[in-house]
Write a protein that binds this ligand. Structure first.
Ligand code: 2M8
Length: 431
């Protein structure tokens, strides 16, 4: 803990550390007690950055434990199941994914067959930057580096479905913003067979019903095709290039280049990869007419209409041209986002018909997206935006605790309590 914290900040720091301690399972951190008892991929990346400030040993263990679930083709799954828990601790559990039947999946550990925003190289670099023991941390980086390289190779080889330089998500869960209104159109276009339905029970309240049927059906299609890249490219009905997912990929490619330099490896391939994403983001996802980034549906090659918090993701690109940065900042501060929300940043354009202040990823403010935009705004030297995001995030957790998400107008906490990334990212913000 930094010695320059005020008394109030010290109390917040300690409360956040207590949440991470309580959610530590012995080998990794449960995303949320009760609600998400397993290890989620991008949650773990965020969590490791918080642990780096509190328990650096656990921060490294967190990432190594996640990478135990990495498939032989480099795919880093979005859930690594904690096998010591009851089989039905979470739906959908291992029985939906059947990773045990996939030759590329690791033995002795159950995983999902999807991936999530690839933030891990960025997290690993951040761990190194605040590590008390530089030699130990370099050894950790050397251990993780080949796994990170394999993760990025998988994305470039198997997920650049349009050969555009951008990676595609093949399921809304891969975006991290599960039921974002951005996915309404491609999900609505799916032709589900009449018998498709979600097997088993759905223990959570959001999202349910038809959307959930579609989520499960998409997983079933992927599983039946053996999660094969050729199937994803040629036949899978959901394939979208998302600005936030690609911005995390770009930021992590830059981080990989820095890690390569620390390890005296060649950084050039990672820089080239970041460069490709940089150009493709501008060529394919920047909508000049409306001055914002939008996701592109690869199945009809059109940009998706709804503007969400993901549209600001490219702030994570340090080379984003200044006029585009200005456009994004204007939109972020406008009445469509921060301008009309007491507790920004809402996950969806407030003026969009789909906006829902309590609807999970359809409107509420989340600490994870706030952190990403805060981090991006620092890189562009935007202190006003960075301070706004920092202040809003701190007010949310002071007022409502480390909740999963929050009402963007009055800051009421919603969803799970003691959500790990909410606590971890507050530790990172407090420094
Ligand atoms: C939510 O996602 C999972 C799907 O994997 C779920 O609804 O079951 C999302 O908020 C996702 O971004 C997050 O990683 C996960 C665990 O916190 O929960």
């Amino acid at each position: 803990m930094s010695s320059r914290l005020t008394g109030d900040e010290t109390a917040l720091w300690q409360a956040a550390a207590r949440v991470l301690d309580a959610n530590w399972t012995g080998t990794a951190t449960a995303a949320s007690p009760g609600l998400y008892p397993h290890q989620w991929s991008w949650d773990s990346a965020f969590v490791s950055m918080g642990l780096a400030r509190h328990r650096p040993d656990r921060a490294e263990a967190e990432l190594l434990c996640l990478f135990r679930g990495q498939w032989a083709d480099g795919m880093l799954p979005h859930i690594v199941f904690n096998t010591s828990l009851a089989r039905h601790a979470f739906f959908p559990g291992p029985e939906l994914w059947r990773s045990d039947r996939q030759p590329a999946a690791p033995r002795g550990v159950h995983t999902s067959g999807l991936t999530q925003p690839p933030l891990h190289a960025l997290a690993a670099l951040r761990l190194h930057e605040c590590a008390p023991d530089t030699d130990g941390s370099r050894a950790f980086l050397a251990r993780l580096y080949p796994m990170l390289v394999a993760q990025h190779r998988y994305l470039a080889r198997a997920r650049d479905l349009a050969s555009s330089g951008l990676i595609a998500i093949c399921h809304p869960w891969e975006s991290g913003l599960d039921n974002s209104p951005a996915w309404d159109r491609p999900l609505g276009a799916l032709q589900l067979p009449p018998t498709a339905y979600a097997p088993g029970h759905v223990p959570r309240t959001l999202p349910t019903g038809e959307d959930y049927d579609r989520y499960v059906w998409l997983v079933t299609l992927m599983r039946e095709a053996g999660y094969a890249p050729e199937y994803l490219r040629d036949a899978h009905p959901f394939a979208v290039e998302d600005p936030l997912v690609n911005a995390t990929y770009l930021a992590s490619a830059h981080a990989l280049a820095e890690i390569a330099e620390i390890l005296h490896e060649d950084p050039a391939p990672h820089r080239e990869a970041a460069d490709r994403v940089h150009h493709a983001l501008l060529d394919r996802l920047w909508d000049r007419d409306t001055g914002c980034f939008r996701a592109r549906d690869l199945r009809d090659d059109r940009l998706l209409p709804v503007v969400t918090a993901a549209s600001f993701g490219p702030l994570l690109d340090p080379r984003l041209p200044a006029p585009i940065v200005r456009n994004l900042v204007d939109l972020l501060l406008s009445a469509r986002f921060a301008g009309a929300a007491g507790y920004p940043v809402p996950t969806c354009d407030i003026q969009a018909p789909a906006f829902d202040r309590g609807g999970y990823w359809r409107g509420p403010t989340w600490i994870s997206t706030n952190w990403l935009l805060w981090y991006g705004s620092l890189a562009h030297d935007l202190p006003v935006v960075a301070d706004l995001l920092y202040g809003s995030t701190m007010r949310l957790v002071r007022q409502s605790g480390f909740r999963e998400f929050f009402d963007p107008f009055d800051g009421t906490g919603r969803g799970g309590h003691d959500h790990s990334w909410s606590a971890a990212l507050v530790l990172d913000l407090l420094g």
